[in-house]
Design a protein. Sequence first.
Length: 114
Amino acid sequence: MGAGITLHEALAAYEELKKSNIFVRVIDLYSIKPLDTDTLKKVARETKAIITVEDHHLEGGMGEAVATALAGVNIPVINLAVTKVPKSGKPAELLDYEEISAGAIIDNVKKIIK
């Protein structure tokens, strides 16, 4: 699940994973209030894991809202978000630095399916 620039990273990860016959769903979670908890729970049960990706801090954001909504569902919820001290760089470098790039998403998907 992503929004904004991280949605594009998630779509790039989807395309790359598909080449390896790894199929995932990408959901554009454009609103955390109201949060579509019914769809989240349905998708969680069907996919057996959720990865959220956001280009800001986890606290108070999409990842935290999704984790709270899925607290009663027994599946892994991995939240990729900005966690490091900010620095300057090109957009692709910063996405890699914060581990919210397509490559980071792919790495986490592969960890889940192992």
